[in-house]
Design a protein around this ligand. Sequence first.
Ligand SMILES: [Zn+2]
Length: 52
Amino acid sequence: MTTNCAECARLEREKQAARKARYMSKVTDCDVLLKRHPDHNKRSVRAGRGRA
Ligand SMILES: [Zn+2]
């Protein structure tokens, strides 16, 4: 696993499950959500969850 982010890990698993099920719209969904979750790529993950 390349991320420490629990949410991304969950999305990643969901994406793989969706891909196995050939549920491509859900795969895309997960991709979008993963891309929207860049916080851990920057500085502090635990700084605060309230920020957009
Ligand atoms: Zn994340």
